[in-house]
Ligand binder design. Sequence first.
Ligand code: SF4
Length: 230
Amino acid sequence: MTVFAVNEIFETFQGEAAFTGTPSVFVRLQGCPVGCAFCDTKMTWHVRPEHEIEVGAMIAKTEDAPTWARLHDEDLAMLVGEFRARHVVFTGGEPALYDLTEVSRRLIDQGRTVQLETSGTALIRIDPHAWVTVSPKIDMPGGLKVLPAAVARANEIKMPIGKPADIEKLQAFLAEHPAVGVAYTGSGPALLIWLQPLSQSEKATALCMEAAAANGWRLSLQTHKFVGVR
Ligand code: SF4
């Protein structure tokens, strides 16, 4: 049995990468040792006992806060099952810190689809039918490496891009993991590679468009922000 520290659960539309436009329940798990400077969920980094709250208070939360509620697999799957959206996204924090095998199996048994968004720095434990998005966090202050096993499990790679050096990092990363370097096979996309401009900046967006066009990669635009939802 896995016990989760859950920061928040909310319904919205997935705005990024392959599931863009999909009504989704987001489950944000607490805890992340990666330490990205650009992180926009820094409130999830630490699981502090003094920040534990009741499940009802966690569900009612509307603002970013480091508070979390304790839930185990069965209760978490039941709670998520009360939402309308059929697609469930585990995010964080770093959700791969937790063993997601049981909860993802329960959700898939409910007829839902499950997606994991991870930095790739922790071993992925999830149902084989889940969709895995690895957003590789390379050379971050936490000093963690992106694991080859996480890359091998990925269905798509989503790289945050702020400057030209990030494109170079991605190229070096793909060279290290040759199996993921192929954008297409004869029968369609093999492993999808998305470039996502940081903070929707014009400069980063132009850089991503150029690199996507040159390499056969794709553009992920955080479309939820265009329509003003989380
Ligand atoms: S991996 Fe994600 S949650 Fe963790 S520090 Fe980086 S951006 Fe933030």
